[in-house]
Ligand binder design. Structure first.
Ligand SMILES: *[C@@H]1O[C@H](CO)[C@@H](O)[C@H](O)[C@H]1NC(C)=O
Ligand SMILES: *[C@@H]1O[C@H](CO)[C@@H](O)[C@H](O)[C@H]1NC(C)=O
Length: 373
């Protein structure tokens, strides 16, 4: 006679086993999202999607990693310029066309989305990224051909630390909501088609250490609030259409080391504090800055000091000899006049640093100073 007493136990065991095996594979919905994502892309040379077969998208799918506890897809990491053996075998960098399917928004536990340097991916950043991927920490889409605008509510990605969409064709304004990204550390919008002004409350991005906005069509002035970003080390606003004066408070920032404002329409004088600040890499070339050069001091330490192609007048202050270090100096194409001071921090400079001014004279220029100046 059959013993039926153990049937409930057996059923429970089977159910538990079934549950255990399904949680070690990625959920079918994550797999389906990835398959839809893949089908909107075309990668002809390397074969990065060849491994995207089988039921478990967490198991050896190229560029995919999952949370080990939940088996949900956590990272998509597809880089077109990579040292990975499959690139070495193909002997070339990646190229991919197609678009980023909104299907990725089904991967609602996604923590990083990197689809970089594929050169040919076009279309827009799916709007749903901002609303449906609340765990996103890294959004890196550099080096494609993405157009459209940044999602207006990007500011809802409150965990975001890296936003890199450089080298694309993204247009429109910097979304107002962006300044709500209070954990953002790295912002790279370089080489796109952004227009409009830098949000006035940019300074709310309190964790920012790099703000790279160069090569866009930004207008308006630098918001004063930028100087409140304590950790900001690298501010690159070069090659835009920015105007107004350089906020003096930029010279009081704690760790600002690189300040590139070249190729804009800035006017007014160079704030004196910039010459005794933490900034070591200062490019103000190709603006409409006027007035005299600020005084140098022992705190002046520049690996790069490029003030060329402005409207600076007066002489080169004798105090330049008290600077700790001036590596690359370019004062060419201004209206400077008088004797070039002789001294150690810039002994190594050649004439090109001083050419095309009104009446600079003395070494290293060939033009001697005729009268005592
Ligand atoms: C920024 O966040 C606050 C609080 O969540 C919200 O009220 C505000 O509308 C957001 N600003 C923008 C421009 O989205
Ligand atoms: C400074 O900016 C100008 C204009 O964008 C550029 O041509 C120049 O190479 C830069 N200077 C240095 C030293 O990088």
């Amino acid at each position: 006679m059959a013993d039926f007493r153990h049937i409930p136990l057996l059923t429970t065991t089977l159910l538990l086993l079934a549950a255990a095996t399904t949680t070690t594979a990625c959920p079918p919905s994550d797999r389906a999202a990835l398959m839809a994502f893949k089908s909107a892309l075309h990668e002809p040379h390397i074969g990065i999607f060849k491994s995207w077969t089988g039921p478990d998208c967490c198991h050896k799918w190229y560029g995919i990693s999952c949370d080990p506890k939940t088996n949900r897809v956590a990272d998509i990491n597809l880089r077109g310029e990579s040292e990975d053996p499959i690139f070495q075998k193909a002997g070339r960098t990646g190229y991919m066309t197609g678009t980023i399917s909104p299907a990725i928004c089904g991967l609602n536990r996604l923590s990083s989305l990197t689809i970089s340097d594929w050169k040919g991916i076009s279309g827009e950043i799916p709007k749903c990224v901002a609303t449906m991927l609340p765990s996103l920490r890294v959004l890196d889409l550099v080096g494609n051909r993405l157009g459209g605008e940044l999602p207006a509510d990007i500011g809802r990605l409150h965990r975001l630390t890296v936003l890199n969409v450089a080298d694309n064709r993204i247009a429109g304004r910097i979304p107002r909501s962006l300044t709500n990204l209070s954990g953002l550390m790295h912002l790279d919008l370089r080489n796109n088609r952004f227009t409009g002004s830098i949000p006035t409350d940019f300074g709310r991005l309190g964790m920012l250490s790099r703000a790279l906005l160069s090569r866009n069509f930004l207008t308006g002035s630098i918001p004063d609030s930028v100087s409140r970003i304590y950790r900001l080390a690298d501010l690159d606003l070069s090659l835009n259409r920015l105007s107004g004066g350089i906020p003096p408070l930029l010279g009081r920032m704690a760790v600002l080391a690189t300040l590139n404002l070249d190729g804009n329409r800035f006017t007014g004088g160079i704030p004196a504090d910039l010459f005794s600040s933490s900034v070591t890499n200062l490019n103000l070339s190709r603006n409409a800055l006027d007035g005299k050069l600020p005084e140098f001091g022992p705190r002046s330490y520049f690996t790069v000091l490029d003030l060329s192609r402005n409207r600076l007048t007066g002489g080169i202050p004798a105090s330049i000899t008290s600077a700790s270090y001036v590596g690359h100096l370019d004062l060419s194409y201004n209206h400077l006049c008088g004797k070039i001071p002789a001294g150690s921090p810039f002994d190594h400079l050649d004439a090109a640093s001083f050419e095309f001014n009104d009446c600079l004279c003395g070494s290293p220029l060939k033009r001697p100073c005729l009268t005592k100046q």
